[in-house]
Unconditional design. Structure first.
Length: 299
C-alpha cells in the first residue's frame, strides 16, 4: 500500500470511520485533472442505470477520496464497483453512507508505483425510485487525489443530473407492439386458409361445365391429403440380446444362498447346586430327628 493510502486510512481511523475533507494546497485547480460524472440525462422510473466517474490524464495516481450526493427520494445507490486508469484496476476500499443521500468513497491502488493515464475512478450503480417528472442532481464534493508521494494532485470535480421521463419496467425493455393486419389482409388470409382446408363446394351440374369423374376423384384426393393428420412414426424395434450375452449376464448374477436352518432350542441347564442343597438340608433334618429320639430313649 502506498504512502498516500496510509495517510487516507489514518484520517479514517482518527475520525471514527468518517473521512474528513482535506483541502489540497495548489494555486489553480482549473489547470489540473478533470474529474466528472458521466451518466445518462433521461431515466425511467423503476429501472437501473450506471454512472462512471471519469478522470482525465493523471500522473502517478495512488489514492483518492470523495463524496457522492443525490436526492434519496429519486435515486438509490445500490453498489460502487472498481474503476480503471490506463489499464490498471482502481479498487473501492470503502463506500459508506454518512448521511441520507450522501456517500463517502475511498479508493487506493495497492502495490504499484503510481498510475498514469486516463479512465474512470469508479462505477456507481443506481436504481430509480422517483416518479415521472422528478429530477436529481448527482454531486461530487470534498474530492482529493493523492500521488504515490502523498502529494495532492490538483483536480476539478464536476457532477451531473438525471431526469425521470417515464415509468419503466424494472430495467426490462417493453417489446414493440406488433402491427395488426388490415381488414383486406385478414380477408385474404381467411380465403387462403379456407381454400386449403375446406373442400370446394360442388357446382350445379350443367351439360357444358360438369366435371368428369376423374377430376372429381383428383380433387377429393388432394383435399384428403391436406386435411388428414400425418400418421404417427413407428417406434423403433427393441434389440434383443444374443443368447451368448444372455448367458453371460445370467452367470454374472450370483445365485442367492438358502437361509441357514434355525438352531435347535437349547434345554435350560439343571440347577444342580440348588438340588444338592435341598437334599443336604433334608438329610440334616432327618439326622437331627433320629439323634434326638435315640437320646431320649437312652434316658
Amino acid at each position: 500500500m502506498g504512502l498516500a493510502a496510509g495517510v487516507v486510512l489514518l484520517f479514517v481511523m482518527a475520525c471514527g470511520g468518517v473521512l474528513l475533507p482535506v483541502t489540497p494546497a495548489f494555486a489553480d485547480a482549473s489547470d489540473g485533472v478533470q474529474v466528472s460524472l458521466n451518466a445518462v440525462n433521461e431515466v425511467s422510473s423503476g429501472t437501473d442505470f450506471t454512472a462512471t466517474i471519469d478522470i482525465s490524464q493523471v500522473e502517478n495516481f495512488d489514492a483518492c477520496n470523495y463524496d457522492v450526493s443525490f436526492d434519496p427520494a429519486v435515486l438509490r445507490l445500490d453498489n460502487v464497483t472498481s474503476g480503471d486508469i490506463g489499464g490498471t484496476v482502481v479498487p473501492v476500499d470503502i463506500w459508506n453512507e454518512i448521511s441520507t443521500g450522501t456517500f463517502t468513497i475511498v479508493q487506493n491502488v495497492p502495490g504499484v508505483p503510481g498510475v498514469t493515464g486516463t479512465g474512470y475512478l469508479a462505477v456507481l450503480h443506481f436504481h430509480v425510485i422517483g416518479s415521472q417528472g422528478q429530477d436529481s442532481n448527482i454531486g461530487l464534493s470534498n474530492g482529493v487525489l493523492a500521488s504515490i508521494l502523498a502529494e495532492a494532485i490538483p483536480a476539478t470535480w464536476t457532477g451531473g443530473s438525471v431526469h425521470v421521463n417515464s415509468a419503466g419496467t424494472g430495467g426490462q425493455g417493453v417489446p414493440p407492439a406488433q402491427d395488426s393486419p388490415s381488414e383486406s389482409e385478414t380477408t385474404d388470409v381467411s380465403d387462403e386458409g379456407s381454400e386449403e382446408v375446406a373442400a370446394p363446394a360442388p357446382a350445379a351440374p350443367s351439360e357444358q361445365d360438369s366435371p368428369s369423374e376423374s377430376e372429381t376423384t383428383d380433387v377429393s384426393d388432394e383435399d384428403s391429403e391436406e386435411i388428414a393428420a400425418p400418421a404417427p412414426p413407428t417406434p423403433p424395434a427393441t434389440e434383443s440380446l444374443p443368447e451368448s450375452e444372455t448367458a453371460d449376464v445370467s452367470a454374472a448374477v450370483p445365485t442367492p444362498e438358502p437361509p441357514a436352518p434355525p438352531l435347535p432350542a437349547q434345554p435350560e441347564p439343571t440347577a444342580w447346586p440348588v438340588i444338592w442343597g435341598v437334599v443336604g438340608g433334608v438329610v440334616i433334618v432327618f439326622g437331627l430327628i433320629i439323634f434326638f429320639r435315640v437320646r431320649r430313649r437312652s434316658y
